[in-house]
Design a protein. Structure first.
Length: 230
C-alpha cells in the first residue's frame, strides 16, 4: 500500500512540496526503511527529501531512523541501491494490429524500480513533480504514446520462464519477471516486450486490468519496446 496513511511529514517538507505532496505520497510504498533496510510496516514511516537543487530524492524511513526533513546541506543522504525495493509483473494486453485493427495480445512488463525512493524534478516555475530516473530516459524509454522503435539502451533476455531486463550502460537493473508459458511464447514471437518503468502503481498489487490505467496513461511512466537479446 502507498504511504499516504500515518506518514510523518515535517512542516518544511509540506511547504517545499506544496501541492506536489499528494503525488509524492501516492508514489511511495511501505516496504523497507532506507536507513536500516528493515520492514516499514508496523512502525510509523517518515518522509525525507534530499535537495540536489536541479533534482531531489524523496525517501521513506522509520521515524526513529531518520526524521522527516528537507535536506539542503552538504550531508546529502541518497538511498543506496541495495536498500531500494522493486516489483515487477508481466501482463498480456489486447492491442490492435495492422490496418484492419485486428486485435491480439502483447506482453507488457511493468517495473516499479523504486518503491521507497523516487526522484523529483523541478519545473521552471519551481514546482516539484515525480519523474522516473533519468537513466531510463538516457536508455531510450519515453512517455506515452508507445512507438515501435526499439529502446537502444536496454534488452530483454529469456532465462527459462524468467525475463531479465538489462541496461547496456549497467547503471540500472537488472530487473527480472516471471512469465507463464503463454507470455513466454509471445515474447519469443514478438522478439521482445513492451517495458514500462513506472512509479504510478505497485505491480504486486494489481488484481484487475483497470488498475493499470495510471501507468498506461503515462502518469509517472516511461515506456518502450525492448528487443530480445540474441
Amino acid at each position: 500500500m502507498t504511504v499516504r496513511e500515518n506518514v510523518v511529514v515535517s512542516a518544511a517538507v509540506r511547504d517545499k512540496l506544496g501541492p506536489s505532496l499528494d503525488q509524492v505520497l501516492d508514489s511511495l510504498w511501505l516496504i523497507d526503511c532506507q536507513t536500516c533496510n528493515q520492514p516499514l510496516p508496523g512502525r510509523r514511516p517518515a518522509l525525507s527529501v534530499d535537495d540536489f537543487s536541479i533534482f531531489a530524492s524523496a525517501t521513506l524511513h522509520h521515524h526513529e531512523c531518520r526524521q522527516s526533513a528537507w535536506n539542503e546541506t552538504d550531508q546529502i543522504r541518497a538511498a543506496a541501491g541495495e536498500t531500494v525495493s522493486h516489483h515487477t509483473l508481466c501482463v498480456l494486453l489486447p492491442v490492435a494490429y495492422g490496418d484492419n485493427g485486428e486485435e491480439g495480445r502483447k506482453p507488457f512488463v511493468l517495473v516499479n524500480p523504486g518503491l521507497e525512493m523516487i526522484y523529483l524534478a523541478r519545473s521552471a516555475l519551481g514546482q516539484w513533480a515525480v519523474k522516473p530516473n533519468r537513466a531510463f530516459v538516457d536508455a531510450g524509454f519515453a512517455p506515452p504514446p508507445l512507438t515501435s522503435t526499439p529502446v537502444p539502451g536496454a534488452v530483454v533476455e529469456l532465462r527459462g520462464n524468467q525475463l531479465v531486463i538489462g541496461f547496456r550502460n549497467g547503471l540500472m537493473g537488472p530487473f527480472d519477471v516471471n512469465l507463464n508459458d503463454e507470455a513466454r511464447n509471445l515474447v519469443v514471437a514478438e522478439g521482445g516486450a513492451v517495458v514500462l518503468m513506472t512509479h504510478a502503481i505497485d505491480p504486486h498489487e494489481i488484481t484487475d486490468p483497470t488498475q493499470l490505467e495510471p501507468a498506461l496513461s503515462g502518469d509517472r511512466t516511461l515506456m518502450g519496446y525492448t528487443q530480445l537479446a540474441g
